[in-house]
Write a protein that binds this ligand. Structure first.
Ligand SMILES: Nc1ncnc2c1ncn2[C@@H]1O[C@H](COP(=O)(O)OP(=O)(O)OP(=O)(O)O)[C@@H](O)[C@H]1O
Ligand SMILES: [Ca+2]
Length: 818
C-alpha cells in the first residue's frame, strides 16, 4: 500500500482557499423553487461553518487528517481531495481562457498579415453557410474576440439578423427551420463526461485500510484453518471473513454507484432549464437545449445567459461575468459592448439578445464539456467516522501485534503451559510439528483480535444512512446536490425564508383596485372608469412592463408572460379592456428603468403620438410610489392634489389591503417637457427618469395565496426547535398578514418588540443594536437583497446555523452567504 502522496496535494496548496473545517453545503430548497441555472455550481457552493466551535473541531479534524494522510489518503480523504478538484476546475477554466486568448492573438496576427497584403480591402465579406449569409467560424470568432468591428462589417445586429434569417423583434418564424439551423450552427448541448463505471467503484471500494487488513486476516485465517483442521472444516473462519469483506465491497460500490447515477440525473435535470424565447412574435418557454442560432431571447435580472449572443436592445443591462472571466466584475452592456457570453448571469436590468453561438462553440460549452461533475465527495461526518474506523483498526492491529509478540515470546521461552500444567514448548524436546501448531494457535488468536476490532461496517453504515435520507428527501421534492448538505441542514437552528414563491404559491391575481379615491368593484370592471384615466392606465400597464401579452397558441385566447406580479397586472389590464398591441403601437419607448428588488419600482418614458409632451410612467411598491405623488387623478379624469386628508385615505387603503395579505402595487404618471428629455442615444441611456411630482393613477391589491401545508411545515420546524423567520421584499403589513396565515406569527399577543421590522430600520441600526434585535426578528418586510444578507450575517455571528430559502433573484446574496 502506498502512502498516497501522489493522490494528495500537500496541505499548503489546498488550505489557503478553503477552511478545512468548512463543509460544503448546497441545498436548492424545494425543487419547485430550484431554478437550475440560478443555483449553478459556482454560485452557492460556499464554505459553511458547522456551528462556531471553530478551534476544537479544527484541531480534531486536523488530527484525523494527519492520521489518514499517512494511512490511506485516496479513499479516506476524497473530501479533502475535492478542494483540489475545485482548484483543478479553476485551472482548467483559466487554461481555456488562455486558450481563447492565444487563438485570438493568432487570429489577430493572421488578420494583420492579410490586411498587410491586401491593403484597403479590410472588409472581408462573410462566406455564406448553406442558406445563411454567414458561417459558423465567423460567428464564433466574432463572439470569442468580442470583435465589434466585425459586427459593424456585418451590418450590426440588424445585418446579422438578416444573414441569420431572423427578426430582432419577432424571432425565428416557424419550427420547421430548426433542424436546418442545428445542422449549420450546432445545437445548444455539449458532450458531458461519462460518469465512472461500476467496476471503477468496485476497484475503489476495496482500497480501504480496514478492508485490506481484513483481507490479509482472511487469507491468514484460511491458511491456518486449512493447515490445522484440513480443507473440509478449516475454511469456515477464513471463508466467512472473505464473505463479509466481499459483501462490504459490493454494497459500498453499489451504493456509491447508484448515488453517482442519481447525481448525474439530477445534474441533467438541473441543466435542463426552461428559458423564454421569442419565436414568431410569441414568447415561449423552451428547454435551453433547444435554443438555436438566430433565436431572440429576452433577458431579465436573475437570468443566466443561455448562449453566446449579441445585445439587440437593453435597459441598464448589467452582466456578472465572473463565472467566465474569473473576476467578479459587473459589466454594463450596451451597443458599444454588445457581446453576451453564455453562462454569465444578468445582474440588473433587462434586454433582448440575438443568439450567435450555441453549445460547444461557446466558451461555456467548452468549459462544461471539460469538467466532469464528480459527486463522490464524502461528508464531514463520513470523513470523521472513517477516521474513527481507521483509528480503531490501527489500535486493533497494534493490540493484536502486541498480543502476538507477547504470546510468542512466552511460548518460546517456555512460559506458557497447557491446561494440565505441562510446559508447552521445551527447546530440543518439542517436535517441530507441535511447535508449528502452537504458533499457529497464537497467530489465530491475533487474527481474531484484528477481525473483531476492525469496524468495517461503520463507514458503510453512514454512507447507506445518508443515501437513504437523500432518497427520502428527494421523495419530498427536495433536491440535495451535496450529500453533506443533509448533515449540515440537520444542525440548522434557524431558517430565513422568503415569502413569495416559498411560503406562497406565486400565483397572483389582482383582487382589489382603487382608481383615485374610488374603489373599483369588481376590480376588472372598466366601465366605471373615465376614458382619460383608462387610457393613461392602459398606457402605463402595457408599456411599463417586463412582460408581454400575445395570442395563445390555439389562437382563441391570450397568453401573458412575465413575473407573477407582472402577469397579474397584465391580466387585470386586459380584463379592464386594454388592447396590448394597439396601446404599445401608440407610443415609442424612450427609456426604461427596469424593476429590481432594491428600488422596488419600475419606470418608463414614452413619446406619445397624441401628445407633445413625454409621458413618464411609474409602478411599484405602493407606499414608495405614493410618497412621490403630489396629485391624484380621480375616476372622472380630473386632477386633485393630495392633501393630508387624501394622503391618510390612500395610506389607509394600502394598509387595509395589506392587512388582508394583499401585495400592493401603485401606478403613477407625469409628463415631461420635450426639451428636458436628453436627445442623443447615449444621453438617453444615462437618463435618470424624474420621479417627483407624480400623479397617482391607481393602487391594486394582488392576492398570492399561501401554499397548502406551509402552516404544518412551519409548525414542524418550530417544534423541532428551528426558528422560522420570514424575510420578504413585500410590504410589512402584507408580510405580517401572511406570517399569521402560515403560523410564523401565532397571534398579535406574541408580537414582541422588533419581532416585526422593516428592512430599512434594521439596516440603519448599529452593529451592536442589530445583534440584539436579530434574534427577535420573525418578520422582516420591505427588505432589499442586502438586508436579507445582513440578517443572515448577523445571525451567524450570534452562533446560529442559518438556512436560507429563496427563489434566487433577490435572495441570491443571502443564499450565497450560506
Ligand atoms: N414587476 C414589478 N413592477 C413593479 N413593482 C413590483 C414588481 N414586482 C414587485 N413589485 C413591488 O415590489 C415589492 C417587492 O418586490 P421584491 O422583488 O423585493 O420581493 P419578492 O421577491 O417579490 O418577495 P419575496 O422577497 O417575499 O420573495 C412588491 O411588494 C411589489 O409591490
Ligand atoms: Ca423572492
Amino acid at each position: 500500500m502506498t502512502t498516497g502522496n501522489d493522490s494528495h496535494t500537500p496541505p499548503t496548496a489546498a488550505e489557503p482557499q478553503l477552511d478545512p473545517e468548512a463543509s460544503v453545503i448546497d441545498v436548492d430548497a424545494a425543487s419547485a423553487n430550484a431554478k437550475g441555472w440560478a443555483a449553478d455550481e459556482e454560485e452557492y457552493s460556499d464554505p459553511f461553518d458547522i456551528g462556531n466551535t471553530k478551534n476544537a473541531s479544527h484541531e480534531s479534524l486536523k488530527r484525523w487528517r494527519e492520521a489518514a494522510l499517512v494511512l490511506n489518503a485516496s479513499r479516506r480523504f476524497r473530501y479533502t481531495l475535492d478542494l483540489k478538484k475545485e482548484d483543478e476546475k479553476e485551472q482548467r477554466r483559466s487554461m481555456i481562457r488562455a486558450h481563447a486568448q492565444v487563438i485570438r492573438a493568432a487570429l489577430l496576427f493572421k488578420l494583420a498579415g492579410q490586411q498587410a497584403i491586401v491593403l484597403g480591402t479590410a472588409v472581408t465579406p462573410p462566406t455564406p453557410n448553406g442558406d445563411y449569409g454567414i458561417g459558423l467560424e465567423e460567428l464564433a470568432s466574432m463572439s470569442r474576440d468580442h470583435n465589434i468591428s466585425a459586427l459593424q462589417q456585418y451590418g450590426g445586429v440588424k445585418g446579422l439578423s438578416k444573414m441569420l434569417k431572423t427578426n430582432t423583434e419577432t424571432g425565428i418564424v416557424g419550427d420547421d427551420e430548426l433542424p436546418q439551423r442545428r445542422n449549420a450552427f450546432g445545437s445548444n448541448t455539449y458532450p458531458t463526461k461519462k460518469g465512472r463505471s461500476f467496476l471503477r467503484f468496485l476497484w475503489e471500494a476495496w482500497q480501504d485500510l480496514t478492508l485490506i487488513i481484513l483481507i490479509i486476516a482472511a487469507a491468514a485465517s484460511l491458511a491456518l484453518g486449512i493447515k490445522t483442521e484440513g480443507l473440509d472444516d478449516g475454511w469456515y473462519d477464513g471463508g466467512s471473513i472473505t464473505f463479509a469483506v466481499l459483501l462490504v465491497i459490493f454494497v459500498t460500490a453499489t451504493s456509491d454507484y447508484r448515488q453517482s447515477l442519481q447525481f448525474q440525473n439530477l445534474n441533467e435535470e438541473k441543466r435542463n432549464v426552461q428559458v423564454e424565447v421569442i419565436r414568431g412574435g410569441r414568447r415561449d418557454k423552451i428547454s435551453i437545449y433547444n435554443i438555436v442560432v438566430g433565436d431572440v431571447i429576452p433577458l431579465k435580472i436573475g437570468d443566466q445567459v443561455p448562449a453566446d449572443g449579441i445585445l439587440i436592445n437593453g435597459h441598464s443591462l448589467a452582466i456578472d461575468e465572473s463565472s467566465m472571466t474569473g473576476e467578479s466584475k459587473i459589466v454594463h452592456k450596451d451597443q458599444k459592448s454588445p457581446f453576451l457570453m453564455s453562462g454569465c448571469k444578468v445582474a440588473d436590468g433587462a434586454g433582448t439578445m440575438l443568439v450567435t453561438g450555441v453549445g460547444i462553440n461557446t466558451e461555456w460549452g467548452l468549459l462544461m464539456a471539460s469538467i466532469s461533475e464528480d459527486t463522490g465527495e464524502e461528508t464531514p461526518l463520513q470523513v470523521r467516522l472513517n477516521g474513527v474506523a481507521t483509528f480503531i483498526g490501527i489500535v486493533g492491529l497494534t493490540v493484536a501485534l502486541s498480543v502476538l509478540i507477547v504470546l510468542l515470546t512466552r511460548f518460546f521461552t517456555g512460559n506458557s503451559k497447557n491446561a494440565d500444567g505441562s510446559v508447552q514448548f521445551v527447546r530440543g524436546k518439542t517436535s517441530i510439528g507441535q511447535t508449528v501448531d502452537g504458533a499457529i494457535k497464537i497467530i489465530t488468536a491475533a487474527v481474531t483480535i484484528v477481525v473483531v476490532a476492525v469496524p468495517e461496517g461503520l463507514p458503510l453504515a453512514v454512507t447507506l444512512t445518508l443515501a437513504c435520507s437523500m432518497k427520502k428527501m428527494m421523495a419530498d421534492k427536495a433536491l440535495v446536490r451535496r450529500l453533506s448538505a443533509c448533515e449540515t441542514m440537520g444542525s440548522a437552528t434557524t431558517i430565513c425564508s422568503d415569502k413569495t414563491g416559498t411560503l406562497t404559491l406565486n400565483q397572483m391575481t389582482v383582487v382589489e383596485a382603487y382608481v383615485g379615491r374610488k374603489q373599483i368593484d369588481p376590480p376588472e370592471d372598466g366601465s366605471q372608469l373615465n376614458t382619460a384615466v383608462s387610457s393613461l392606465l392602459d398606457e402605463g400597464i402595457a408599456q411599463n412592463t417586463a412582460g408581454s401579452v400575445f395570442p395563445s397558441k390555439d389562437g382563441a385566447g391570450i397568453d401573458v408572460s412575465g413575473s407573477p406580479t407582472e402577469k397579474a397586472i397584465l391580466h387585470w389590464g386586459v380584463k379592464l379592456g386594454m388592447k396590448f398591441d394597439a396601446v404599445r403601437s401608440e407610443s415609442i419607448i424612450l427609456h426604461v428603468s427596469p424593476f429590481n428588488s432594491t428600488k422596488k419600482r419600475a419606470g418608463v418614458a414614452l413619446r406619445v403620438q397624441t401628445d407633445s409632451q413625454v409621458h413618464l410612467h411609474w409602478k411599484g411598491a405602493a407606499e414608495v410610489i405614493l410618497a412621490s405623488c403630489s396629485q391624484y387623478m380621480d375616476a372622472n379624469g380630473s386632477l386633485q392634489s393630495i392633501d393630508e386628508d387624501n394622503k391618510v385615505f390612500f395610506k389607509d387603503a394600502i394598509e387595509t389591503m395589506a392587512a388582508k395579505s394583499l401585495r400592493c402595487v401603485a401606478f403613477a404618471y407625469r409628463t415631461c417637457e420635450t426639451d428636458k428629455v436628453p436627445t442623443g442615444e447615449e444621453q438617453l441611456e444615462q437618463w435618470t427618469l424624474p420621479e417627483d411630482d407624480l400623479v397617482l393613477l391607481a393602487i391594486v391589491g394582488i392576492k398570492d395565496p399561501c401554499r397548502p401545508g406551509v402552516k404544518d411545515a412551519v409548525k414542524l420546524c418550530m417544534d423541532a426547535g428551528v426558528k422560522v423567520r420570514m424575510v420578504t421584499g413585500d410590504n410589512l403589513q402584507t408580510a405580517k398578514a401572511i406570517a399569521m396565515e402560515c403560523g410564523i406569527l401565532s397571534s398579535n399577543a406574541d408580537n414582541v418588540e422588533h419581532s416585526i421590522i422593516e428592512g430599512k430600520t434594521f439596516r440603519e441600526l448599529s452593529d451592536k443594536e442589530r445583534e440584539q434585535v436579530a434574534k427577535r426578528i420573525s418578520v422582516m418586510g420591505r427588505s432589499s437583497p442586502s438586508d436579507k444578507l445582513l440578517l443572515v450575517q448577523t445571525l451567524r455571528k450570534l452562533g446560529d446555523v442559518v438556512a436560507v430559502t429563496g427563489d434566487g433573484t433577490n435572495d441570491a446574496p443571502a443564499l450565497h452567504e450560506v
